[in-house]
Design a binder for this molecule. Structure first.
Ligand code: UD2
Length: 306
């Protein structure tokens, strides 16, 4: 089979592309290398079944070329930052909404069977009805979340209007190798591992009782593969269905690294969600249970990579 992975040099996209190549598929990676990086593609060096197309999803002719002859598209490219979307709603909309529309049009016109799209738990906003079910009304609280909600509507429309199969995967807090720890808004696990590994202090915003539903990147890859092969079209949570507090997380990382770091507590971040937990019934019923990796095992593998 031939697959396109947009954002294929990014954290999640590069793992999907690598898994596809390992399974013997031919892969076209589309990435503008704005946040993706060439280091994430070292595994592709000299692999003839992988083609890298450098360019943006805002360029539809580039996407048409990439989608020619493809069976499926994994759409991971995005300006995946809430604070950047707040600072630049127009710029992030151009990539996250117009770019996604380009991906759907290019896939439709090339006769692609299915597009699996990266969506986000951000769509739920600060919703106290835990565990969060896909049937909850979206409550976007940032341009980024509004853009991801729009992606879900467009995906559904393309299925209804044009028969292009689509599944939108609402990722919760994904972690693992290749996640970049360099920004203050990087995933908390990448930041904590970066600091604790060298004994530097970590900062917990709030009292550390806030929870997240963390999922290891290989499990997210598994969800993508299964979604591509499933006939189900719609929105699906991708999460472990487990709540872990920041205090627990810091303790487990210290245990796994064998290091200890001072913990500084600071005021909660503006707009921070207190608890997050996914309902995973739809995931299990439509594409199967994917969270095979425990938090501790995922952390060990991430620490080994870092
Ligand atoms: C995640 C997504 C974000 C958006 C949001 C929707 C990531 C990296 N971000 O944000 O894109 O989809 O969900 O709800 O997946 N924290 C600390 N110390 C640090 C860094 C973070 O205490 O040095 C806290 C932070 O205040 C929050 C928790 O850790 O309570 C998780 O932070 P995050 O940035 O990893 O992810 P989140 O859930 O805020």
């Amino acid at each position: 089979m031939r697959y396109v992975v947009t954002g294929g040099a990014g954290f999640i996209g590069s793992h999907i592309a690598e898994a596809l190549a390992d399974e013997g598929h031919s892969v076209v990676i589309v990435d503008d290398f704005s946040t993706g990086n060439k280091e994430n593609l070292r595994w592709a060096d000299g692999v003839p079944s992988v083609r890298v197309v450098e360019g943006s999803i805002t360029d539809i002719s580039l996407l048409r070329d990439a989608c020619a002859g493809a069976d499926g598209v994994f759409h991971e490219a995005a300006v995946a930052s809430v604070p950047r979307s707040v600072a630049d709603p127009v710029g992030s909309n151009a990539v996250n909404v117009d770019g996604t529309l380009n991906v759907l049009v290019a896939a439709r016109d090339a006769g692609v069977r299915k597009v699996v799209l990266a969506s986000s738990a951000a769509n739920y906003g600060d919703n106290p009805n835990l565990p969060l079910k896909e049937t909850e009304p979206p409550r976007p609280q940032s341009p980024y979340a509004a853009q991801k909600v729009m992606n879900e509507y467009y995906a559904r429309l393309f299925t209804e209007l044009y028969g292009l199969e689509t599944t939108c995967l609402r990722y919760f807090n994904v972690f693992g190798p290749r996640q970049d720890p360099s920004s203050p808004y990087s995933g908390v696990i990448s930041i904590f591992i970066d600091r604790i590994s060298v004994g530097d202090p970590i900062t917990i915003y709030g009292d550390g009782t806030q929870t997240r539903d963390f999922i290891y990147v290989s499990d997210v890859v598994r969800a993508n593969m299964r979604a591509m092969n499933s006939e189900y079209c719609g929105v699906v949570n991708v999460a472990g269905g487990r709540e872990t507090s920041l205090n627990e997380l810091a303790a487990v990382i210290m245990e796994c690294t064998g290091n200890s770091s001072d913990i500084r507590f600071d005021v909660p971040r503006e707009g921070d969600i207190h608890r997050s937990l996914a309902d995973t019934h739809r995931l299990e019923e439509t594409i199967g249970r994917v969270a095979e990796c425990s938090i501790a095992d995922g952390l060990s593998q991430t620490i080994a990579w870092s």
